[in-house]
Each structure stands twice: as C-alpha cells, then as structure tokens.
Design a protein around this ligand. Structure first.
Ligand SMILES: [Zn+2]
Length: 335
C-alpha cells in the first residue's frame, strides 16, 4: 500500500500532481496539471470511476479552473488508468480542449478501446492456447476487458497527434517528445531540457517495476524494446522525473540501473526455469512466480511478463520455440 499523500500537491510553481484512486492493487495514478499563459495542460487522466471524476472536480475547484481554462489534455500512453477520463475531461471543456497523444497511441486506442471485439477475440483465444492457458481463462479476459472498456468512456470527440522528436508546449514549458516502448507498445515521455525535468509516464517507476508483457497484439520482443529505450533514457540529463505512479524520482539514472539489473536477474531465472525437455509459457511462469495464490487476472500478467522474457531470450539466441501438435508453444534452452 502506498503512503497516504494529499490528492493535490504542488511540485513546482507551475505543476500540481493530482493522485487519482484506482480500484487495483496499485491503488492510484498520478496526473499532472501544468499552468501556462495559454491555460492549463492536463497530463494523463485516470480511470473513469465516480471517485476519480470527483477528484478532478475537487482539483478544479481548489485551483479555480473552469472549463474554458483548460488548454489541452495530453496522454503518455493508452492504458486505461491514463487514457480513461480523456473523453470525459474534453466533454467538460465543451469539446474546446484537444486531446493530444502520439499517432501510435491514437491507433492503439482505436484498436483496444473502440474497435469491435471480434478480431480481438480470435487473437486472444489463439494467444491463450499458444501459451498453455486453458480456454476458461477467456472468461477472465472478457470480464476484465468489459470492465476496462466501460471505464474509458466516453471517448474523446477529437484527437490531435504528435510524433517522436516533435516539440510541444506543456503550460509554458517547451518539451521534447520522446518515444519509450515496452511497457506499452507506444509511450511518450516529455523532456523539458531547460529545467532538466522529465514527465516519464510508466517507463520508470519507484519501488515497482513497470509491467513489461507480451500480449495478444504486442509486436515481438517488448522487453528488448523496453531495455533499449531505458538505456537511451539513461543518457538524458534528468534532475527530476515525474512518473505515472508513486513518488517523483530524483536519481533517475540510478533507478534505471536498478530496473536494468532486475530484468537481467529475471532473464537468468527464466532461462534456468526452462526444463531440459522443454515447457510451455505457463509451466515456466509457475516456476518463476508464486502463482498458487494468484487470481486468473494475476496469472495472465505473470504469463505475459514471462513470455516477454522468453521472447528476449529467443532473440538473444538463448532459447528456442517450437509449436507442438496442439498449437501450444514449447520453449527449449539453447546451450
Ligand atoms: Zn499506469
């Protein structure tokens, strides 16, 4: 559990952090309000729950922000705890404020939150089978998907996109748009070089390791892309990083080093957990994670995380994958 912090805190003369509640083990998400001469920028939005919405209204009240004072709503990535209230907030501004996100995130939002479920359902069934998960897991997937889709509505009426390398104004801060992959297929972090300040989304977090999973529609080797982008971000001169969850990060490079070390250790553990005669993703997951007490939802996250590491090992030439007669992936160690 996190320490209890006031929901609204002043972090810099022009930046407030708003902590919104989440109904998960990770019980909050950080959103930021950035004041500028053109109005307020809202960075990330929280899951759409009655409590979360009330927190926004309370924050607007406390800061004297009216619908006409919001200049834009900007998103780091497509996950529901960040995307969720983008449409509701835009509607609150009478559709005057654009919702801005990367083109890749906008495409992902379309696919995950707005498209019909048919194609997605087929891909998910095949994914569960390949990774050794019983068909009964589909119920759990569908249940959580239904809940999540309800908690990201309404969708924004209009969206503007940006590309990596672009410059944006967040309040009066000129920031550089940097793509950071792996936690989500696409994530944007925003770097203010003048202040050496980075809005780092969920790419780097304190105390918990950002989830890196291979999901039904994830392109191969998300962990490889995550580690590459962490190494790239480590070169950025950051005095203070403001993340999507938990506390602000003052030793950014040091925290990245801890995350890199964590994944190296886990890669070794997962490689060791592959038995000589091969095993499915689920079997390997059960060797590495204490899955006995897990809910089906937690098992799926552990499987996705394990698969991300297995794909990394394949890319590195340390593991190989074949499909058995039943369409299930069997992983072997390459000595
Ligand atoms: Zn998040």
């Amino acid at each position: 559990m996190t320490q209890s912090l006031p929901p609204l805190s002043l972090l810099a003369p022009d930046i407030y952090r708003l902590r919104l509640p989440l109904p998960f083990a990770l019980d909050h998400v950080n959103c930021y309000l950035i004041r500028g001469t053109g109005g307020w920028t809202l960075l990330d939005t929280g899951l759409h729950t009655p409590e979360g919405w009330q927190s926004w209204l309370d924050a607007f009240d406390a800061l004297g922000i009216g619908p006409q004072d919001v200049e834009q709503i900007v998103l780091t990535h497509v996950h529901p705890d960040h995307y969720g209230m983008a449409g509701a907030l835009q509607a609150w501004t009478h559709n005057a404020a654009p919702v801005r996100m990367s083109a890749a995130t906008a495409a992902a939002a379309e696919m995950i939150w707005r498209s019909s479920a048919e194609a997605w359902l087929d891909e998910t069934s095949a994914y569960l089978r390949r990774n050794g998960l019983a068909a009964s897991f589909l119920e759990s997937v569908l249940g959580s998907m239904r809940g999540m889709r309800a908690a990201v509505r309404p969708h924004p009426e209009w969206v503007e996109t940006f590309a990596p390398g672009a410059e944006l104004l967040l309040g009066n801060r000129r920031v550089q748009v940097i793509a950071a992959q792996g936690h989500a297929d696409d994530q944007t972090v925003f770097y203010d070089a003048d202040d050496r300040l980075l809005f780092c989304g969920d790419q780097v977090l304190m105390r918990i390791t950002p989830n890196v999973g291979a999901w039904p529609t994830t392109p191969a080797n998300p962990l490889g892309r995550f580690l590459t982008d962490l190494n790239r971000l480590r070169q950025v001169d950051v005095r203070l990083a403001l993340p999507g969850h938990r506390a602000e990060i003052s030793d950014f490079a040091g925290r990245i080093d801890e995350l890199l070390a964590h994944h190296q250790k886990r890669l070794i553990a997962i490689r060791e957990a592959i038995p000589a005669d091969g095993a499915t993703t689920l079997e390997i997951t059960r060797h590495v994670f204490p899955t006995d007490g897990y809910t089906t939802h937690e098992v799926r996250f552990a499987v996705a995380e394990t698969l991300a590491h297995l794909e990394y090992l394949i890319e590195a030439g340390e593991a190989a994958r074949a499909e058995n007669g039943a369409g299930v992936w069997i992983f072997r160690r390459v000595i």
